[in-house]
Structures are given as C-alpha cells and as structure tokens.
Ligand binder design. Sequence first.
Ligand code: TMP
Length: 239
Amino acid sequence: MATAITYEGKAKILTPTEQPGILRVLFKDDATAFNAQKRGQIQGKGAMNCTISSHLFQFLAEQGIANHFLAQPAANVMAVRALQMFALEVVVRNRAAGSLCRETGLPLGLELMPPLVEFYYKNDGLGDPLLTPERLRLLNLATPEEVQILGDAARQVNEHLRQFFAECGILLIDFKLEFGRDDHGAVILADEISPDTCRLWLADEADPVRRVLDKDRFRHDLGAVESAYQLVLERVLRQ
Ligand code: TMP
C-alpha cells in the first residue's frame, strides 16, 4: 500500500511514520521560483538541502533553539516532530536584497542594522503577501504573544546563523523561517534552512554574480547552481 502523503510542498513531501508525532520529510530536487511560475530541477538539491538543514538544525539545538529535527535517516530524508504549523513565513534581512530592493528601491547589499524581521502570509493562492502588524492581528495567524516569540526566535536564529556562516566565509544576507506549535503550545522552529531559503554570498568575492551561492542562481539563470549549493554544503559540514 502506498504511504499516505500528509503534505506535499514545492520542494518537500511529508509522510507519516509508524511512530505517532513523527513525520518523514523527503527533500526533492525540484526547484520553483516566483510562486512556481518558474520550474526546474537542481541535480542533488534534495540531498544537499537535507544535509545542510540537518546540520544547521543540530547546531541551533546546541545553541538552545528548539526545532523539529530528529534524525537524517537518508541523504534526502529527515525525521521531524509533527507540529501544528503557523501559516507564516518569518523573514530576517541583514542586507537589502530581493523583494526588499524591488519594493523599496533600497540598494542591493545595503546593511540593515538592526536586522529587519518581516512576517509574510504563507498562502500560495495569494502569492505569500507581506503582512502589516495590523493584518497579522486581523488574520489571527498567531496570538500577539506568539508573534513576539516568533520575532524574538527569528532574531536569535539570525545571530547564531550569521556567526556560523561568517566562520564559513559566507555572508548571511537574508533568510526565511517557518515555525509550528507542539502539543503543549511551545513555539518550535521547523521547515528547512538551506540555499533555497537563505541568501548567501561568498564573503571574499565582490563580483555580484560570482558571489551568489543560493537559489538566486536558479531564479535569475546565473548558472552553476549545483556547484554553489555544493560549496555551501562543504563549508557547513566543515564547521
Ligand atoms: P524575498 O527577498 O524574495 O522576499 O526573499 C527573502 C528570503 O526568503 C530569501 O532568503 C529567500 C527566502 N524565500 C523563501 O524561502 N521562500 C519564498 O517563497 C520566498 C519568496 C523567499
């Protein structure tokens, strides 16, 4: 009998396991951008993103950041705690890039101090819109206390990851996090942390194309996507 799929996203498939409360996450090589208007494959991405994410989740757990990671039973498979997910994407930006530049005119790479923390509505049909605090309250996607916890957790994750990547010779430009609630109502970091969900620039490379180590290579057809992900993998595993 085929295993029932609990959830299939653009880059991952979640299925139940025999153990209640534990899900199996299969990381796919499929890549999408611009709300799936652009589709393709990045060879080996599933295994690379799963391994990078597993490593970063274990690092964050050591730093006291609760997260859903349990084990990596295969290169492209992660075992995680089942959570009730918030329909939110929490984005942290250390430098201006992507939609922030497009929508505000700020120059690419401008340092943002303190880092900008933003909430987006995770809703493909609506194109994951940026939420104002008022709309976040209106939609009731998290309680005001949880919104505070999510923002604080995202800032803490940023401090740990920024330092971690700096030691890899990589600048953490921005990234997206997703969180869920456990049975006790605790807020737990979930999803993935990978070159699909982060912007990562080589610290010692000034060239605006050569420095890019993340999904922007796929989004903007910069080429050498696999080797950029591979470089991130090697540097992360070296730490
Ligand atoms: P943005 O500049 O397009 O708003 O993206 C900010 C960060 O969030 C960037 O690191 C890429 C990541 N991201 C996702 O992980 N998933 C998404 O659907 C989008 C739009 C961005």
